[in-house]
Design a protein around this ligand. Structure first.
Ligand SMILES: C[S@@+](CC[C@H](N)C(=O)[O-])C[C@H]1O[C@@H](n2cnc3c(N)ncnc32)[C@H](O)[C@@H]1O
Length: 241
């Protein structure tokens, strides 16, 4: 088995390259900018509830967890974060990743990784539960407000981007819950729709035209906020305006 390689992306943050798959964990245009755009701006920030439950498919470096906890620190929200990961990274690989120093959150990044697998632990007032299994075989412990779907691409892992797995996720989403993912491939949209989702295409981060949001309910386009805070009303369009 060839070793993982740590690569520096355009925004200075690291990603991991997996030679066997010919895939990176993140976009070469910037791991942090990509994760922030997809999972925080178009994911976590849309939920205005005081306690937000998140399921991540593909925990990897823990970047999405770190960014979510940092955002929750700003807003005063609390997170229940469940993450599934079939191939946990080695400690020495995590130690080389620079997200903690770039985001000025080295201690928080370490704490996220010190947390034992399969134990409910408190990190920064949030609950973190990391599950070291294949998502296809995992029984999700609860229902969620949001699912970060961050597996390897449908080209190399077609078995994960299926109606079957999306149906299982659909059943574990709250009524107003939704999934976000970086792939906007046609087959992914079809599989999500077949599982019962309303699928919406949103603008992607730098280097990517579109991403997907898929909700149990139709949330308008762009999708509305969820929880007690109402979104600002868009001004009515007049024929001239
Ligand atoms: C594109 S990487 C993203 C990782 C992570 N979200 C991050 O920001 O570092 C995909 C991740 O999905 C994990 N993965 C692949 N197949 C899986 C499976 N069947 N069940 C759970 N995790 C899986 C990989 O090991 C890898 O960590």
């Amino acid at each position: 088995m060839k070793e993982h390689q740590i690569i520096t992306t355009k925004d200075g943050s690291h990603t991991i390259y997996v030679p066997e798959l010919g895939e990176h964990y993140h976009s070469s245009f910037g791991a942090i900018q990509e994760a922030q755009h997809i999972f925080i701006e178009n994911g976590f920030k849309r939920i205005k509830k005081p306690v937000v439950s998140i399921l991540e498919v593909g925990f990897g470096t823990g970047l999405n967890c770190l960014l979510s906890f940092l955002e929750a620190e700003k807003t005063g929200q609390r997170i229940i974060y469940h993450a599934v990961e079939k191939y946990p990274l080695e400690d020495d690989e995590i130690a080389k990743i620079n997200y903690g120093s770039i985001l000025n959150a080295g201690y928080l990044f370490s704490k996220i990784h010190w947390v034992d697998w399969m134990k409910n632990m408190t990190v920064n007032g949030n609950t973190l539960f990391k599950i070291p299994y294949d998502v296809l075989k995992t029984l999700f412990p609860q229902n969620y407000d949001i699912v970060y779907f961050d597996a390897f691409s449908p080209n190399v892992q077609p078995e994960l981007w299926t109606e079957k797995l999306f149906s299982k996720i659909f059943q574990h989403l709250r009524k107003d819950g939704f999934l976000v993912t970086y792939s906007s491939k046609g087959t992914v949209k079809e599989a999500l729709r077949a599982a019962g989702f309303f699928v919406q295409r949103l603008d992607g981060p730098e280097g990517k035209r579109h991403i997907l949001s898929a909700g149990k309910e139709f949330k308008g386009n762009p999708p509305k906020f969820i929880g007690d805070e109402k979104p600002k009303q868009a001004p009515k369009q007049t024929p001239n305006g």
